[in-house]
Design a protein around this ligand. Structure first.
Ligand code: NAI
Length: 331
């Protein structure tokens, strides 16, 4: 039996988290879920959106499944999602972008993986006002953080038999910060002569991914670019309802979808649970439950290919609970 921390989150988080619990239960993997929560809903009780008991639970169990958590825009508390990644030093944000047959997209054979640096860059959260009419955000790039994310991308490529790693940057403009990232990536690439390496400037990368997505394999980049490129990837493969993710450190891994709390459809039994389910598939593989992971992924692929029971974002009419039952029936 594995013990896993469950952070259901808010908005559609609780609905899609329950779906994942049900499917994992149905596939026969014995997980004891330790439920804790974070975000606006716990502010009154704990005086913080990220109580210590959440971080303590994840530190103890080493693995967590997390639903999305709303971040107030402009003012209010800083992103709990970013804080969890930083406090637990989950420096890898892994986001696979893969087309399934039947998904609502004209793109085929897309299968690349984004390695987004998760602890620094423009998400370091160092901002201040300069007088009344200006504000500054400081972007931090270090050799240490760049090296470990690029190494993680190459190690993944080696393990998963991928052929190409592409570093994404804007070193032509941010010569020092992105320059350091690129220089570090080139140094690390020399340690992996069997894997091809190239680099792309981020704006060109966006265009390339729309024109020739099947030419890319493993992409590695600083924080903000990774955030943008993974949503672009979601658009390529049929939407945020299909895009999983994981935040991984040396010892701890937190699995969460790319999408947010989708307040527009929250509580209506309309959310697509597949993105968090595929994050659950990544979690099962992390727990070395390979057969169960394959069964869940195959069941999802089957219902997408058939196209009969789909949520609204995929062009169907089915509720979250209905698509979840259909996936369970396929197991
Ligand atoms: P969002 O991803 O929540 O929603 C964007 C659009 O995609 C909406 O139309 C929504 O209905 C749709 N959508 C997203 N997930 C879906 C799903 N599973 N099934 C069907 N439709 C889905 O992005 P938005 O609106 O920018 O952010 C809402 C809140 O979520 C914000 O407070 C934001 O800060 C937070 N957020 C949290 C994240 C996390 O917890 N890791 C990640 C991204 C955003």
């Amino acid at each position: 039996m594995e013990t896993v921390t469950l952070i259901p989150g808010d908005g559609i988080g609780p609905e899609v988290s329950r779906a994942v619990q049900k499917v994992i239960d149905a596939v026969g993997v014995d997980i004891e879920w330790k439920e804790v929560n974070a975000g606006a809903g716990v502010m009154d009780k704990y005086g913080t959106p990220l109580p210590d008991k959440v971080l303590d639970s994840v530190r103890k169990n080493k693995v967590a499944l997390k639903g999305p958590i709303t971040t107030p825009v402009g003012s209010g508390f800083r992103s709990v999602n970013v804080a969890i990644r930083k406090k637990l030093d989950l420096y890898i944000n892994l986001r696979p972008v893969k087309t399934y047959k039947g998904a609502p997209t004209k793109f085929k054979d897309v299968n690349y993986v984004v390695f987004r640096e998760n602890t620094e860059g423009l998400y370091a959260g160092i901002e201040h006002e300069v007088g009344e009419d200006a504000a500054e955000s400081i972007k931090i790039i270090t050799r240490k953080a760049s090296k470990r994310i690029v190494k993680a991308a190459f190690e993944y490529a080696k393990r998963e038999n991928r052929k190409l790693v592409t570093a994404v940057h804007k070193a032509n403009i941010m010569k020092l910060s992105d320059g350091l990232f690129l220089e570090t990536a080139k140094e690390v690439a020399k340690e992996y002569p069997e894997i091809e390496f190239n680099d792309r400037i981020v704006d060109n990368m966006c265009m390339q991914l729309v024109q020739y997505p099947d030419e890319y394999d493993v992409l590695v980049m600083p924080n903000l670019y990774g955030d943008v490129i993974s949503d672009l990837g979601a658009g390529l493969i049929g939407g945020l309802g299909l895009t999983p993710g994981a935040n991984i450190g040396d010892e701890i891994a937190v699995f969460e979808a790319v999408h947010g709390s989708a307040p527009d459809i929250a509580g209506k039994d309309k959310a697509n649970p597949i993105a968090l389910l595929l994050s659950g598939v990544l979690m099962l593989r992390h727990l070395e439950e390979f057969e169960a992971a394959d069964r869940v992924e195959n069941a999802i692929a089957e219902i997408l290919a058939e196209g009969k029971v789909l949520t609204k974002d995929l062009g169907g009419e089915a509720a979250t609970t209905e698509i979840t039952e259909e996936i369970i029936n396929r197991l």
